[in-house]
Design a protein around this ligand. Structure first.
Ligand SMILES: *[C@@H]1O[C@H](CO)[C@@H](O)[C@H](O)[C@H]1NC(C)=O
Length: 407
């Protein structure tokens, strides 16, 4: 036992020889405070995962990207708005309604209450009944025609395989495919006259082109949901008017009740993301809005560069395959310049060949403990040094006063 005592690196002084001083107490308090602050900081660093980012070439081929949309058009009715997605591979999705919810908005930007839409459905079903009667009448009329009847399409190529335009509707389709004005010459078409149609208004009433009677409160539209697109360069757009494709050009036909010069394409983007969100993701188009200060057709273009991203989560051991993006915005007034263009909001996206791989890394517990001990020991030795210095200088100061050297 006696031999073991020799190894004690911490010789202790007798309790009564220790002196407690005010300066010592101050140093202890201050150093405890510093230890506490540094400890909290260290713990925070330990608990937050460290993100390691690698850049790699994206070798994944093809696939589908989900575009999440949540945006408001305060002055564009849902019935006028059409959503289309086109891409470089030639695939087209026109008039997308799948997986998208369109809600009518009133003048204050609130969703028009669903009770109103119930009325609408009832009105709609009445119209359907009328439609059936109409269809029966149409059949009767058609029955009177000779079997080999082939109506003239008045210069437009027929959209029917027979090459004929036997009904007013057929002519309308043929004219629309040519982008000719059907409404102006409706009184000249014998098929239409036979069906008792001489004005576009009658045509609409008979064919129920707009079967849903618009709630007068509807002024805006909320678009919410997602689109699936191929992982190649492409664009999707939200534009007034029904889309059609003619050769290489993409057209939107505004409904006749829409006045181009009164368009207000103000839009509020609450969120647009290309794939799942991951911790720390920044979607630059979140809460982005564009107010149109004067009415008229305008083309808004958002050029989006997508960076494919893989996020490896440590806790759940899952990998999120998603995309980040940067965006450049450009808008053009279509009324002032004679340049071509469609009024609407266009999102033109492209994928970068470089992919970002983000790996969550947690620090080791032992590393944290080592760090903590280093912290405690370091502060302890520095504070005792300061305490010593203070004690000595105060002591000598006091002695000088006692000797009468300082007054
Ligand atoms: C377009 O609509 C927005 C949103 O309601 C409105 O703030 C803006 O004043 C409108 N623009 C014009 C020119 O009326």
């Amino acid at each position: 036992m006696k031999n073991l005592i020799k190894f004690d690196a911490y010789p202790k002084t007798e309790e009564e020889l220790n002196i407690k001083t005010i300066s010592g107490a101050t140093v202890t308090l201050v150093s405890s405070l510093i230890i506490f602050i540094l400890f909290v900081n260290e713990l925070h660093l330990y608990l937050t995962p460290h993100l390691k980012q690698n850049l790699v070439v994206d070798f994944s081929q093809g696939g589908v990207v989900v575009i999440n949309l949540d945006l408001d058009f305060p002055r564009l009715k849902c019935s006028e708005l059409h959503i289309d997605a086109l891409d470089i591979s030639g695939s087209q999705q026109l008039g997308i309604r799948n997986n998208l919810y369109l809600d009518n908005l009133d003048i204050n930007g609130e969703v028009v209450d669903p009770k109103g839409s119930k009325n609408k459905v009832e009105l709609g079903s009445n119209d359907e009944n009328d439609n059936e009667h109409e269809a029966e009448k149409d059949k009767e009329k058609e029955n009177k025609l000779p079997d080999d009847y082939c109506g003239d399409c008045y210069g437009a190529p027929s959209t029917k395989p027979s090459g004929c335009c036997n009904t007013c509707q057929d002519i309308k389709e043929a004219y629309e495919a040519k982008n000719w004005n059907f409404a102006n010459s409706i009184g000249k078409f014998e098929q239409c006259i036979r069906e008792g149609i001489t004005t576009i208004r009658q045509f609409r009433q008979q064919t129920n082109e707009d079967p849903i009677i618009e709630d007068p409160r509807n002024v805006g539209c909320r678009v919410n949901g997602y689109l699936s697109v191929n992982k190649v360069r492409g664009n999707f757009h939200i534009a007034p008017g029904k889309a059609s494709q003619q050769g290489r050009s993409h057209l939107h036909r505004l409904s006749t009740s829409t006045d181009k010069s009164k368009l207000n394409l103000t839009h509020i983007i609450k969120k647009i993301s290309f794939g799942q969100d991951f911790p720390g993701v920044i979607n630059p188009l979140t809460d982005h809005y564009h107010l149109q200060s004067h009415l008229g057709p305008k083309m808004f273009q958002y050029f989006i560069k997508l960076v494919p991203t893989l996020y490896h989560q440590k806790d759940t051991k899952t990998t999120i395959k998603t995309n980040q993006y940067s965006v450049y915005e450009y808008s053009r007034d279509l009324q002032q310049t004679s340049s071509s263009g469609l009024p609407g909001i266009f999102f033109i996206y492209d994928f970068s060949p470089i992919m970002v791989e983000i790996v969550e890394e947690k620090k080791s517990f032992f590393h944290f403990v080592t760090q903590l001990f280093g912290l405690l020991g370091g502060i302890y030795s520095i504070s005792s040094l300061i305490d010593n210095l203070l004690f000595r200088s105060l002591n000598s100061f006091q002695k000088k006063i006692e000797l009468g050297k300082i007054y």
